[in-house]
Design a protein around this ligand. Structure first.
Ligand SMILES: [Zn+2]
Length: 277
């Protein structure tokens, strides 16, 4: 009987390990790991920046701005970066998409992946706007959380928060969307869900709730800015505290002094007043 039980345990464990291995090998992490970065050149003026042949001008712009971007991100996050990192500037969207495993036609501008940042050509021409400075700061904000939080703790941040905060830090998001349009959308019920907690499989795609990317980012940026502007000192403590992990909503309640759903209700009330003025 004991041997039978042990055999069952071994079989179950083997299946679990096999499923985990398959999940890893079809995940963006393994694809990004397998794509070689050996063809990238070091930027002559800044050893953080590397670029693919053909991306020299993009790399120059990134190298010129990297110090300012790091300063801004460290200031708002309240701590310096913990580990060294590189910025890989891609010459084509195709190459970037392979690193970022973007299989959609959406021109993703950057990603923080495996401890580094990748920048796509679309960052320099997104809907006709040069957004490379904003893209760089946005991805550095994600990287900062990645360095300071473990994988699980990071997933505990709701997507609306990590994206809205990155947009707040970077001044990114909402390109082509007027604030008044975002307010009209929110007041007519077409808005993101201000979830209490993040989830293990949370992603921007799953958080859109039917919104376009720019509309989603405009809305989450407005809500996060509203939270920060209502008490920036408490928010600073909150940002420090969530690095310790644990429940996002409980930390929010304890440090900020109110529930996310109550803050959302006040946010809506404020928008209604603005709309009626
Ligand atoms: Zn983002």
């Amino acid at each position: 009987m004991k041997i039978k039980k042990r055999k069952t345990v071994i079989v179950v464990l083997s299946i679990v390990i096999l499923i985990l291995a398959i999940a890893f090998f079809i995940s963006p992490y393994s694809t990004a790991l397998l794509k070689s970065k050996s063809h990238f050149f070091n930027h002559p003026d800044n050893d953080i920046v590397l670029f693919e042949p053909g991306a020299e001008e993009y790399a120059d712009s990134i190298a010129n701005y990297i110090a300012t971007a790091i300063e801004r991100v460290e200031k708002v996050h309240g701590l310096p970066f913990e580990e060294a990192f590189k910025i890989y500037v891609c010459s084509t969207q195709k190459s970037f998409n392979e690193f970022a495993v973007n299989t959609s036609a959406y021109p993703i501008r950057g990603t923080a992946l495996l401890g580094n940042v990748f920048i796509a050509p679309s960052a320099f021409d997104f809907m006709g706007i040069d957004t490379h400075k904003e893209t760089l700061k946005h991805e550095l904000s994600h990287l900062h959380f990645q360095q300071r939080l473990g994988f699980i703790e990071r997933r505990e941040l709701p997507v609306w928060f990590s994206e809205g905060f990155a947009d707040y830090v970077a001044g990114s998001g909402g390109e082509g969307i007027e604030e008044s349009d975002a307010i009209n959308f929110i007041l007519s019920g077409k808005h993101f869900i201000p979830e209490k907690e993040g989830s293990l499989f949370g992603s921007v795609g799953s958080a859109l709730n039917g919104l376009s990317g720019p509309m989603f980012h405009q809305q989450v940026k407005m809500f996060v800015a509203y939270i920060i502007n209502s008490d920036s000192l408490k928010f600073k403590s909150f940002i420090m505290k969530i690095r310790e992990g644990g429940s996002f909503s409980e930390t929010f309640n304890t440090i900020m002094g109110y529930k996310i759903k109550d803050k959302w209700a006040n946010f809506l009330l404020g928008l209604k007043k603005r709309g009626s003025n």
